[in-house]
Design a protein around this ligand. Structure first.
Ligand code: CDP
Ligand code: MG
Length: 159
């Protein structure tokens, strides 16, 4: 039941200097950062990360967006972390994301507006969608040497 999940703070979050405020939300919930780095991805790596989306209409704008600046990549670990992190992040479209979620609190972009401009939805953050996706994405982004094992106070209180 202890899962690892991949989170990316996309170029809009980094450029808007929201890194600290976003990471704080995961730490508040007791999730453990086990690996973290800044990466400026290229188009080839984007196609690996978004392999499931490469043939979709929104892929080209998405690729332009994700390679437009550096991202902060990290792996969170915790109890049923994949679903929990998605809950904290909120749904894909910021306009529909509830207040209290990261996408709902820090962005307001809509599908309609993004499509009318031929750009990707600027939604600040990526989080693995399923346990299977999380396993693949953690493997793609982090080597085992880049991830660390240690005990947090939260673990002491959930034993
Ligand atoms: O990121 P999430 O898992 O919530 O959504 P996704 O369906 O896996 O799509 C990946 C990313 O593509 C989204 O986070 C958006 O940035 C972008 N996207 C878009 O710009 N327009 C769409 N119609 C769908 C996705
Ligand atoms: Mg997804």
């Amino acid at each position: 039941m202890i899962q690892k999940t991949l989170v990316l703070l996309k170029p809009d979050a980094v450029e808007r200097a929201l890194v600290g405020r976003i990471i704080e939300r995961f730490e508040n919930a007791g999730l453990k950062i086990i690996g973290i780095k800044m990466v400026w991805v290229d188009k080839e790596f984007s196609k690996k990360h978004y392999a499931a989306h490469v043939s979709k209409a929104f892929y080209n704008p998405l690729e332009t967006f994700i390679v437009s600046g550096p991202v902060i990549a990290f792996v969170l670990e915790g109890i049923e972390a994949v679903e929990l992190v998605r809950k904290i992040v909120g749904p894909t479209e910021p306009k529909s994301a509830a207040p209290g979620t990261i996408r709902g609190d820090f962005a307001h972009h809509s599908y309609k507006y993004a499509d009318s401009k031929g750009i990707a939805i600027k939604n600040l953050i990526h989080a693995s969608g399923t346990v299977e996706e999380a396993e693949q994405e953690v493997r793609l982004w982090f080597t085992s040497e880049e991830m660390h094992s240690y005990e947090t106070v939260h673990e002491k209180h959930t034993k």
